[in-house]
Design a protein around this ligand. Structure first.
Ligand SMILES: Nc1nc2c(ncn2[C@@H]2O[C@H](COP(=O)(O)OP(=O)(O)OP(=O)(O)O)[C@@H](O)[C@H]2O)c(=O)[nH]1
Ligand SMILES: [Mg+2]
Length: 410
């Protein structure tokens, strides 16, 4: 990721799905205006999801994802279909590409059912409308199915018709779907001073701040607030230097205890991970999940899951510190499993609890879908920030700015 690029987790993800040879790759190329994806009349040309970050006006930064055909067969084909399904979970908006000369098939209808089950906004790109057969089939469909008609956009990747309208509609759909969530600025008034505690230890990346810190600073600046950034070692000095107590203190979870002792009890205090979780997922659910950690017993399996593969910082917390804290907190002989990146294991039922990272590299839909999967498997799921605060007895304090979450603590 370049320094000036919008992080992937902040971009709206738009996935293109459909049968082999429907023209998914051709439509993606037409939408991006680039010959990004390989196109051919061989069925199953695309074997892995292909992602392209771009600006989609009037929306802004998006990730466009081309996927393998959902009707691929054989052992390898089934793996590709599974990957396309997983891609769907992480999307904010979907496009079903249909070969208009063939018409809507059973797997297309199954995909539409999946979009609807997930309440995901979608369009049907009725492709190959340069051919008369496609136009005739479209008339047929629209006559029979008024509901679907509203989702259909006639396009031709070959001559470009309808592609502009498709982009326009996608941008508007994604925009109206984007929840007006703030990272932090909704908690304080414009002009407020907010102190951010960012330890710089061996696990901090060289020469820059990590993503949650960047997002919080940017959101405060956007809202006309005054972020004051310091290490925990300078916190007392920073507080002394302020004419009035800050409106809020946000700290890295790892030094929460020290910060909680240093910041007066009347000043609201929370952590970057709690802010990130609230931004991406369901804070209340995570608070319930943290309470369940108390009931862990000898032999229980705990999944520690991370959304990225390359953050030294998270890795250290996930594989070293978190298992140690959990063992100390429960006094039980637990067995730990780890997952990272876009993989989130099947068979969640076998775990007694899941502890997830803040998910700064995941988009909101992916984070939510992980919470939904854990809930469906009946496994309590919490996150680093909430778990650490709970195990150190400071969760109540860090939730003070969030009344609904506080209520879930009981
Ligand atoms: N006439 C016409 N042909 C098209 C159009 N779009 C795609 N095709 C052709 O349809 C065939 C399949 O196109 P692809 O873009 O590779 O289809 P795909 O859905 O990505 O296929 P897989 O990657 O195999 O799943 C190619 O021969 C394209 O040239 C179109 O708008 N009109
Ligand atoms: Mg393709």
């Amino acid at each position: 990721m370049g320094l000036n690029e919008t992080p992937s987790g902040e971009r709206v993800h738009i996935g293109f799905f459909g049968l082999r040879n429907a023209g998914k790759s051709s439509v993606v190329n037409a939408v991006t205006g680039q010959e990004l994806c390989v196109v051919s009349d061989v069925r199953g040309t695309t074997t892995d999801p292909v992602k392209k970050a771009m600006e989609l006006l009037p929306l802004g930064p998006v990730v466009i994802i081309d996927t393998p055909g959902i009707d691929d067969q054989g052992e390898l084909g089934e793996k590709r279909v599974a990957r396309a399904r997983r891609t769907l979970t992480g999307c904010d908006v979907s496009v079903l590409v249909v070969d208009g000369t063939v018409g809507l098939m059973a797997p297309d209808r199954e995909l539409i059912r999946q979009f609807e089950a997930r309440q995901m906004p979608y369009l049907i790109a009725w492709n190959k409308c340069d051919r008369d057969a496609a136009l005739a089939n479209l008339d047929d469909l629209c006559a029979k199915d008024a509901e679907l008609k509203g989702h259909v956009q006639a396009v031709s990747a070959l001559d470009g018709r309808g592609i502009g309208e498709l982009k326009e509609r996608l941008a508007h759909m994604a925009k109206s779907d984007a929840r007006e969530r703030r990272v932090v600025a909704d908690l304080v008034d414009a002009g407020s001073t907010v102190v951010l505690v960012c330890p710089i230890d061996a696990s901090a990346p060289k020469g820059r701040l990590i993503l949650p810190q960047q997002l919080v600073i940017r959101d405060l600046l956007d809202a006309g607030c005054i972020p004051i950034v310091c290490r925990e070692t300078e916190l007392a000095g920073a507080l002394d230097a302020l004419a009035e107590p800050p409106a809020l203190v946000v700290t890295d979870s790892q030094v929460f205890e020290y910060v909680a002792r240093t910041v007066p009890g009347t000043v609201p205090l929370t952590s970057f991970s709690i802010l990130m979780l609230r931004y991406k997922g369901d804070l209340v659910e995570a608070v319930r999940g943290a309470a369940a950690l108390d009931g862990l017993r000898d032999g229980d399996r705990v999944l520690i899951a991370e959304g990225c593969t390359h953050h030294r910082q998270c890795e250290d917390i996930g594989t070293v510190k978190m298992p140690r804290w959990l063992a100390e907190h429960t006094g039980a002989g637990l067995s730990f499993e780890f997952s990272s990146g876009t993989g989130f294991p099947e068979g969640l039922e076998s775990f007694a609890a899941i502890v997830h990272c803040g998910g700064c590299m995941l988009n909101a839909r992916e984070m939510r879908s992980r919470q939904v999967r854990a809930a469906e498997a009946g496994v309590p799921m919490t996150n680093y920030g909430v778990a650490i605060a709970h195990m150190h007895g400071i969760l109540r304090r860090s939730l003070a700015p969030f009344p609904e979450a506080l209520a879930a603590l009981g």
